[in-house]
Design a protein around this ligand. Structure first.
Ligand SMILES: C[S@@+](CC[C@H](N)C(=O)[O-])C[C@H]1O[C@@H](n2cnc3c(N)ncnc32)[C@H](O)[C@@H]1O
Length: 284
């Protein structure tokens, strides 16, 4: 078994500490941010890169996906005198746990004939919507977004409550027509441009089998949870992005409040953004 130090104790490092396989024993996190030293992430101590050498790792795993930063970290290790193996989590660019989870759920929803349409709140340029549409070719897909980026009133709340550094208009470089063109089964798509939850009342869906919530912020997530949950078929799924995110903490707050009220537990997904799954009981 190899002793590995994880270099980078941020969101990616935290997920890699869960993803890493049985051939590795994690000895510590190394991180350049002084404020992190002395803390723990997933129960693992965070120390300075220099101090991490005292843990005698056989190898380091660089927990970043940006090649410029990983080059600098590699140099830093060399300058500290480490000449052992350095691992890059490049495969995380190739394989995506959230996408895989959605596809597996789509197969199950199909096999078990769980009824209902599919939906996404927070579409932006449609990266995930395109994949949902492809995985559910015979279901109507309902797509909710301002298509003008984060709404000012939601951002105001984020700032007042210190939930994120979101700015009004972030994610505005999109258009409904652009998303529509990208969808493989565009005849199945219904668009709801505008402020959510105001747009929800325009939605004619009787039931949903799968819903992706990816609005990042507290307000839209908190209003979407009870509305979609109510219309979810037995066995239906809410897949919620950014619930264990360090960058956007509002989605997690909304999910924790909702789950406490409903006495349900979210199922964590080990993707890079801390997604969770909420599932309606099947055949109650
Ligand atoms: C991170 S992006 C979505 C990313 C997208 N799911 C993808 O796969 O690329 C978040 C989106 O949520 C939308 N959004 C946030 N709050 C909203 C609200 N109250 N009503 C409608 N859209 C909202 C933003 O406009 C933005 O496009």
């Amino acid at each position: 078994m190899k002793r590995v130090a994880l270099f980078g104790a941020g969101q990616i490092g935290s997920m890699i500490s869960r993803l890493i396989g049985m051939d590795f024993a994690i000895v510590c996190f190394a991180d350049n941010r002084e404020e992190k030293w002395g803390s723990t992430v997933a129960g693992i101590p965070v120390v300075s890169p220099k101090e991490s050498l005292a843990f005698t790792p056989d190898c380091y795993c660089l927990c970043v996906l940006d090649s410029e930063r990983s080059g600098q970290m590699r140099e830093q290790l060399r300058a500290l005198g480490f000449d052992g193996e350095v691992l890059l989590p490049d495969m995380l660019r190739v394989f995506d746990t959230r996408v895989a989870t959605m596809r597996l759920l789509a197969e199950q929803i199909h096999d078990e004939r769980i009824p209902g349409d599919v939906a996404e709140l927070g579409v932006y340029r449609g990266d995930f919507a395109v994949l949902i549409n492809a995985a559910f070719p015979d279901r109507t897909i309902h797509l909710f977004d301002t298509f003008e980026g984060f709404p000012p009133q939601d951002v105001k709340l984020e700032q007042e409550q210190g939930l994120s550094h979101a700015q009004a208009g972030d994610f505005s470089e999109t258009a409904m027509e652009l998303v529509e063109k990208r969808l493989p089964f565009r005849d199945k798509a219904l668009f709801y441009p505008g402020y959510f939850p105001a747009t929800f009342c325009l939605c004619s869906a009787k039931a949903f089998a799968f819903v992706s919530l990816d609005a990042d912020l507290y307000a839209p997530t908190a209003s979407a949870l009870p509305l979609f949950w109510e219309k979810l078929s037995p066995g239906g799924v809410l897949l919620i992005h950014d619930v264990n995110s360090q960058q956007f903490t509002g989605a997690g707050k909304a999910v924790r409040e909702f789950c406490r009220e409903k006495a349900i537990l979210p199922m964590p997904v080990c993707d890079l953004h801390g997604s969770v799954v909420l599932r309606k009981p099947w055949k109650p």
